[in-house]
Design a protein around this ligand. Structure first.
Ligand code: IPD
Ligand code: CA
Ligand code: CA
Length: 270
């Protein structure tokens, strides 16, 4: 397995090799997505506005086969194929293509996400954008990186100066709530973006590009890598009760501590 980044970040040998495997699998899967981007991709409808493409499934098979070869005893939770039902303290959480609608419509803003949780806590995560060759990656306690560069969250502390990313998701009631909040929020912030990829939204908070990313209904694979990236970049991710978010939460806000405080106070008086 390529070992370009592990030299930078010493971790326990088991997690170190998991980290190398995750990055290798993300690059391989990203290559599959990139090669098929813009070509006809057969789609299946999962729900209203929610699709799965052939490329999703090819990316997922590649990632799962790679992980299974290296860690046959580990549990795997992946968006399209579900839970492999293994009992293990380690669970791999995979979104083989986040930003599927962007991908399907030829909008080059999507990524591959692979995270490893130990007893439910994310300890390693990668979010790879194959179109830009940007690999956001982190190991618990070791910081967050974009390719070889260490990243930190934005130091913007005023709502009016922040770029804010949101997404609507696939649950109509939550999407309506988000639209209603966004309708009032856009006058309060520097700019508002509908990202179309929650994983890149969170990675962009970690990378200091977005001041805030906010979503009302995510699944574990939409945020596992991002939860760790943002925290390792010095930011916070909270749930709808104001507590540190876990992969079991759906509604999350990610930001730096000052901006997060201002944003949640603004939300509460709405
Ligand atoms: C979706 C994207 C989207 C978000 C949805 C996610 P998918 O993931 O991240 O931006 O709003 O909630 O489910 O379907 O592209 O993997
Ligand atoms: Ca997703
Ligand atoms: Ca997906």
């Amino acid at each position: 397995m390529p070992d370009r980044y592990t030299r930078l970040l010493p971790v326990s040998s088991h997690e170190k090799s998991a980290y190398a495997v995750a990055r290798y699998a993300a690059v391989e899967a990203g290559g599959i997505l990139k090669a098929r981007f813009g070509l006809h991709n057969d789609i299946k409808i999962k729900g209203k506005r929610n699709i799965v493409t052939e490329a999703d499934l090819l990316s997922e098979s590649k990632i799962i086969a790679t992980i299974h070869d290296e860690f046959p005893g580990h549990a795997i939770l992946s968006e399209e194929s579900g839970d492999n039902m293994m009992k293990s303290e380690y669970t791999w959480i995979i979104d083989p293509l986040d930003g599927t609608n962007n991908y399907h419509f030829g909008i080059p803003f999507f990524c591959v996400n692979i995270a490893l949780a130990r007893q439910g806590e994310v300890v390693m995560g990668v979010t790879y954008d194959p179109m830009r060759n940007e690999m956001f990656h982190s190991v618990k306690g070791k910081g967050a990186y974009l390719n070889r560069k260490k990243v930190v969250v934005s130091d913007i502390t005023k709502l009016g100066e922040a770029a804010v990313g949101v997404d609507l998701g696939y649950v109509p009631e939550r999407s309506e709530e988000m639209l209603s909040i966004a309708g009032r929020l856009w006058t309060q912030v520097h700019c508002l973006r509908l990202m179309g990829s929650s994983c890149l939204g969170l990675a962009y908070v970690a990378g200091g590009r977005l001041g805030i990313y906010f979503h009302k209904y995510l699944y574990p694979w939409d945020m596992a890598s991002g939860l760790l990236l943002v925290r390792e970049a010095g930011g916070l991710v909270i749930n709808s009760h104001g507590k540190p978010a876990t992969i079991k939460d759906n509604s999350i806000i990610a930001s730096n501590s000052v901006l997060l405080g201002k944003f949640t106070r603004w939300l509460n008086v709405q």
